[in-house]
Design a protein around this ligand. Structure first.
Ligand code: EPU
Length: 335
């Protein structure tokens, strides 16, 4: 495609592919109307969890729905429900909560992306996942524009997974998410090593949600590249989960491998460690590279194409398979 609209500013990898057309959607009714007439759109939220490897022959629907609203509903004495439009920036939402003394999302500070795309992969960090504060969401069907609601159970959340990545992949557009947040006496979650260490270094013994948010921001800034400065999509791969027998075998060969038991006979090993051991940390192939402080993050040093980053991802997958006999699969969506 020679002419078209550049999507470089709309994906955090900063890939300069073009789209056949572009419409910014600011009202749910506008979205329903558009989908009632035509269904062949490319849906774009915050563009933070995708790698674009080619031009897009469709019209892009940019979800720019905005707004926050308290909603009525049966909740505990210390809780409230806040409905947030899908086009709100995730981190702005977290900052809004912290500023208004609403607890539950402070560990999820500084995650790139939008509120409406967060449930798709059940975003998570530092011991908290979106599902822990999720009440429900509203979504528009891509087939006929009808609006429906999904509760927690219906979303089938898993590790970086949900129904919107599985059986309902590409079937719905999430227009708002309703969160269940605490109003005071917040239960802060500081069990994750890096948070505990940061708070200790600051001599904070009874942390507020602001302290936790600040600590997470500090940790993320020290390890993860800011997409405004260097294109990236956060963790590129998921951490693989293996059974005990496989893990015992692996540990014999690599005694220093970090691990987290997640369920009976299920052990998660960090892909970042595997990639570093495979020799890729800080490596660069043209403008496609591996971040020097966290090997799970692939970066665009400037002019890399999506295809070049994808080529690097495949090279890493192959090497990890060769050394550890483990498959690592992308967490980001590749187009
Ligand atoms: N590690 C290495 N080398 C590296 C990177 C990590 O040895 O280059 C080791 C660390 O030393 C540590 C272990 O791997 O022992 C885990 O590292 P870290 O705590 O940084 O977490 P992660 O498993 O690499 C996950 C999430 C991140 C999230 C952090 C913190 C996934 C795919 N990623 O990373 O999420 O911020 O935990 O909770 O689960 C994202 O999804 O975009 C993302 C950034």
């Amino acid at each position: 495609m020679k002419t078209g609209i550049s999507l470089q500013a709309y994906n955090t990898f900063g890939i300069a592919v073009k789209a056949a057309g572009f419409v910014s959607v600011t009202q749910v009714s506008q979205l329903q109307e558009l989908l009632g007439k035509e269904q062949d759109f490319f849906i774009l939220g915050g563009g933070s969890n995708m790698l674009l490897t080619q031009d897009i022959n469709q019209t892009v629907l940019h979800i720019a729905l905005k707004g926050f609203q308290l909603v009525e509903g049966p909740v505990g004495a210390n809780e409230l429900l806040l409905q947030v439009a899908g086009g709100e920036n995730w981190h702005d939402f977290v900052l809004y909560c912290v500023a208004n003394n609403l607890g539950g999302v402070e560990n999820l500070s500084l995650i790139p992306g939008n509120v409406g795309t967060a449930p798709i992969q059940n975003i998570g960090a530092y011991g908290v996942e979106l599902k822990d504060v999720f009440h429900s969401c509203e979504a528009v069907s891509r087939e006929d524009g009808s609006l429906r609601s999904f509760n927690l159970e219906e979303c089938k959340f898993g590790y970086r997974d949900s129904i919107f990545k599985g059986e309902l992949k590409d079937k719905y557009i999430i227009t708002s998410v309703t969160f269940k947040l605490s109003k005071d006496s917040h239960k802060v979650n500081t069990a994750y090593g890096a948070i505990a260490d940061t708070l200790k270094a600051k001599k904070i013994t009874t942390p507020t949600i602001t302290d936790v948010s600040d600590a997470v921001i500090e940790i993320r800034q020290s390890k993860l590249p800011d997409p405004k400065q260097i294109g990236n999509s956060g963790s590129f791969f998921k951490n693989p989960t293996i059974n005990q027998a496989r893990f015992t075998e692996l540990r014999k060969q690599f005694p220093d491998i970090p691990f987290y038991p997640v369920a009976t006979d299920k052990i998660k090993v960090p892909a970042g460690w595997l990639i570093e051991k495979a020799g890729f940390k800080g490596k660069r192939f043209g403008d496609a590279g591996v971040h020097d402080k966290q090997a799970l993050v692939l970066v665009n040093h400037g002019k890399a194409t999506g295809a070049e980053i994808w080529e690097l991802a495949i090279r890493i997958q192959k090497k990890v398979k060769e050394i550890f006999k483990l498959e690592i699969v992308p967490e980001v969506n590749v187009f």
